[in-house]
Design a protein around this ligand. Structure first.
Ligand code: UDX
Length: 437
């Protein structure tokens, strides 16, 4: 008999997981306490931008396998319950806020049927899964809890969920693993690497993967600082070191650094947890990774002042990009928006463009200027900043754009524009980490 699945928490992770599990043929019910979110998903609309997800949601709703509800009792017949709620940074420290994870377990534990398996997917500090399992078994000894971290990237959420690079399951017994093998039978048939681990290791895999990615980005941004000081070019350096297969080219894009809802909060929660474990020295370097990352934003503002004027009052600055990365409307801890806000606070007249994230950006920073068109955004600008590497910005014809600005000055904060082309069109082109000779 096909497994029935519930997904608790229908944010980015949960909505994607629910639609993808349904597309594999499972009957899926998504649960959330947010009635507006549930109404939106039930009508086939995702409340955020993610390529391909809306289409998948709509086609799965039509099959009748996928439904959404705010009523927790709707999950009582399900065999597997995925916990996909958020774990944001606490307001008064670096640690992760686990309120939603513990609240969702408390809500489902008295309802779920004997023999069912709870599977945590949220990113949590190591040790959380064991605590949750203990609490679950105290309420119903005939259930079990496993951990199965997700590695999905925004912009590739459907692809990453359906075709993950690896599947990691934290289990305490073989029965839990067998159930998870049934859930992921398709991936196993496609030879996706399967890693069976204990609960703490499975939790650590996720945070250490994100810590490694953050380290790679901050490493190249540190090299960018050195290149600036020594007159080198970080883009050439990254290309050259990346050919070593032990290093690789990915995540070596120097610029204004990482943001979003995962990397910054995950490395901070990891540091906080290491302190609790008495192993803070091991992750001391992550403090440096974090500060290189925030310094990249400051360096960008320094470059704006050096390029334009120390006094930014009244200067018209066009900002291309608000999302924390392309193909996303997510502005959480966005380096682009952070820079836009800081230069506006310094007196500049800032207009921001983004293909998808303007509504979210405006909600967060209503005092910034926004524009729906690139042409309108740059009209009369003293300086253009390229801060999120959307494809539409790479496709700009610099020879046309130059006709609209007051001064032909551009700074590429993502090292993604074609410098030679922009210079040939008459632009004064600068970028982080590149010699401007
Ligand atoms: C990340 C992890 O990649 C994913 O595996 C995990 O599940 C969640 O966190 P995501 O937050 O979607 O995913 O974004 P990611 O693609 O990792 O980019 C994070 C940030 O790093 C972005 O702001 C991006 O612009 C920046 N970045 C990325 C760089 O500055 N340089 C790079 O070379 C790569």
């Amino acid at each position: 008999m096909t497994l029935k699945i519930s997904v608790i928490g229908t944010g980015y992770l949960g909505a994607t997981h629910a639609a993808c599990m349904s597309s594999l043929g499972f009957e899926v019910i998504g649960i959330d306490i947010d009635a507006a979110k549930i109404a939106s998903l039930s009508s086939g609309t995702i409340p955020f931008y993610e390529p391909g997800l809306q289409e998948l949601l709509q086609s799965e709703l039509k099959t009748g396998r996928l439904s959404f509800s705010t009523d927790f009792t709707a999950i009582k017949d399900c065999d597997v319950h995925f916990i996909c709620v958020g774990t944001p940074q606490v307001k008064d420290g670096l640690a992760a806020d686990l309120t939603y994870v513990f609240a969702s377990l408390a809500a489902i534990a008295p309802i779920i049927k004997d023999g069912s398996l709870v599977v945590g997917k949220s990113t949590v500090p190591v040790g959380t899964a064991a605590k949750l399992r203990e609490q679950l078994l105290a309420i119903n000894t005939n259930t079990d809890l496993a951990w199965n971290p997700e590695f999905l990237r925004e912009g590739f959420a459907v692809e990453d969920t359906l075709h993950p690079t690896r599947l990691v399951v934290g289990v305490t017994n073989t029965r839990a693993e067998e159930i998870l093998r049934e859930v992921y039978a398709n991936n196993l048939a496609a030879q996706t690497p399967w890693i069976s681990a204990d609960l703490p290791t499975s939790e650590l895999v996720k945070v250490s993967a994100n810590a490694f990615l953050a380290t790679k980005i901050s490493f190249i941004n540190a090299m960018a600082e050195i290149c600036e000081a020594a007159g080198g070019d970080v883009t050439v350096l990254a290309k050259a070191i990346g050919y070593d297969p032990r290093i690789g080219h990915r995540f070596l894009q120097a610029g204004i650094g990482f943001g979003g809802g995962c990397l910054p909060k995950d490395i901070r929660a990891f540091m906080a947890r290491s302190e609790e474990l008495g192993a803070e020295q091991a992750l001391e370097f992550l403090r440096e990774i974090d500060s290189i990352n925030t310094r990249a934003r400051t360096r960008m503002i320094d470059l704006v002042r050096a390029d334009l004027s120390a006094d930014l009052v009244g200067k018209k600055i066009a900002v291309l990009g608000a999302a924390f990365k392309p193909d996303s409307d997510d502005v959480r801890d966005s380096p682009a928006l952070d820079i836009a806000v800081q230069i506006q606070a310094a007196g500049a007249l800032v207009t921001v463009h983004d293909p998808k994230a303007i509504a979210n950006a405006r909600n967060r920073f209503p005092a910034l200027g926004f524009s729906e068109s690139i042409e309108e955004c740059v009209a009369g600008a003293d300086l253009v900043l390229h801060l999120t590497e959307w494809k539409v910005y790479r496709e700009i014809d610099p020879a046309e754009l130059i006709k609209l600005v007051a001064q032909p000055k551009v700074i590429d904060g993502r090292n993604a524009l074609d410098r030679d082309k922009w210079r040939a069109a008459g632009w004064d082109f600068r970028a982080l980490g590149r010699s401007n000779a």
